[in-house]
Design a binder for this molecule. Structure first.
Ligand code: FSA
Length: 425
């Protein structure tokens, strides 16, 4: 029997979703699982998903709830519950804990950041009686057997309520699900070159190949590249990148490090348990990142070629290894790259309608701390579409703001890849 008009679900607007990275795939998943889903067209410039340019195109991403701001700590906890319980997500989540500290040489900012991180979780229920103080190499080895570096004067704590996600693998698995969903049409390899407007309404997008896609609502989930399609975002978002390197381990070395917590020496950088399939150990130096300001526009955008380490970064990777795993410190570094994030001035995400334009939503501003929120992001986009405006003030369009503010968990200073040519080698 045909449903009566009262029983029929209201017609949802059609959606053109541009960008199949972390934010885009989460959005596709949430919007397509509504009782009466919108028709969604999902485009990405890359023929393979996740795109190598996506920040989520990475072996691993940290999942932790240390946030000075309880708003994000609560969200991270909610996300963690989903990582652990959702049958699509859980196989890619490794709740191995988080070992956070400073080497003996750490400066004042790094030490302050560590204190604040500890303070942000120690009084909260999930951590009661579970945080372990870790001072010196032997104490490190009690929570992370296999780390055989000196770590003299290393000082920090072990948080068992944390871990990491096998990021690229997770996004690939979600992509497989999304592309089979009714009402979702996926178009990898379609590079959007401009949005199309009729008066004050965004009506769709045009690709490099000349295809035109139209929809009731256009949702931009292109991460750090948002300025290319939406120049009016101006300096609210600055593309900023961090180095990623790997060391190839033998089977014996990988099994010795299996199950170690995500280990982050705030002043030096961090690494993860080796990837079980490839036996790659991912190592990332800390720092304030690298921008790529374009003179003509005054905006920092990602580069096309990102498979390199900026000058000095190889040494920074080796310094982490010398402290924690000295036997690996002189090994070749493989699969090196810089990973682009979309930084905002206040590290708040931007999830909002673009003011002055009807039918255009921007979801960006990950600020280097959003992958862990993958289980929730699409729900936030759905809430925004339902409400018609952003009720969460911190996620609104930040007219006039200029990214590049002080971030409490970052040490050092930002450098621009164009400032010194030797950086981009
Ligand atoms: O949410 C997280 O714990 C991610 S930290 C990883 C990192 O490389 C930062 O250390 C860096 O400051 C930047 O935010 C990119 O992400």
């Amino acid at each position: 029997m045909a449903p009566s008009p009262q029983q029929q679900q209201p017609q949802q607007p059609s959606i053109l979703l541009i960008g199949a990275g972390t934010f885009g795939l989460s959005t596709a998943l949430h919007l397509s699982s509504l009782p009466s889903p919108s028709h969604i067209t999902l485009l990405d410039a890359s023929p393979t998903i996740p795109s190598p340019l996506s920040a989520g195109h990475d072996l691993t991403k940290i999942v932790r709830a240390e946030y000075e701001d309880a708003f994000y700590a609560d969200l991270a906890l909610a996300a963690m519950a989903r990582w652990a319980a959702d049958p699509l997500l859980a196989p890619h989540y490794r709740p191995v804990g988080y070992l956070l500290g400073n080497s003996a040489a750490a400066g004042a900012k790094s030490r302050r950041s560590l204190e604040r991180s500890l303070r942000s979780i120690e009084a909260r229920a999930p951590w009661q009686g579970r945080i372990v103080a870790v001072e010196g190499g032997d104490a490190v080895r009690r929570v992370a057997p296999g780390l055989d570096g000196p770590m003299d004067g290393w000082s920090g704590y072990f948080n068992p309520v944390a871990g990491y996600v096998r990021a690229k693998e997770l996004l690939g698995a979600v992509w497989e699900v999304v592309k089979g969903l009714p009402g979702v049409e996926v178009k990898p390899g379609e590079k959007v070159v401009r949005l199309e407007y009729e008066g004050d309404r965004c009506v769709g997008a045009v690709t490099e190949a000349g295809a035109r896609y139209v929809a009731d609502v256009v949702v931009l989930t292109v991460g750090a590249s948002v300025g290319r399609l939406l120049p009016s975002i101006g300096r609210q978002v600055a593309a900023r990148s961090w180095s990623v390197a790997h060391v190839q381990l033998t089977e014996e070395e990988a099994s010795r490090l299996k199950g170690i917590p995500v280990t982050y020496s705030r002043d030096l950088g961090y690494f993860f348990e080796p990837d079980p399939d490839t036996r790659l150990l991912k190592v990332c130096p800390s720092g304030a990142g690298f921008t790529n300001y374009v003179k003509e526009t005054g905006i920092s955008v990602p580069r096309e070629d990102n498979d390199f380490l900026p000058a000095g970064q190889e040494e920074a990777v080796r310094k982490i290894l010398r402290e924690h795993l000295p036997g690996l410190a002189d090994r070749p570094l493989v699969d090196c790259k810089i990973c682009w994030c979309a930084d905002t001035a206040d590290s708040e995400y931007i999830i909002d309608f673009v003011p002055g334009t009807k039918g255009l939503v921007v979801v960006s501003g990950d600020s280097g701390h959003a992958f862990k929120m993958f289980p929730l992001v699409g729900g936030w986009v759905k809430d925004l579409l339902d409400a018609g405006e952003q009720s969460i003030a911190r996620w609104r369009w930040k007219e006039g703001a200029s990214a590049g503010g002080e971030v409490s968990w970052r040490v050092g200073t930002t450098r621009d890849l164009n400032e010194a040519t030797e950086l981009a080698t």
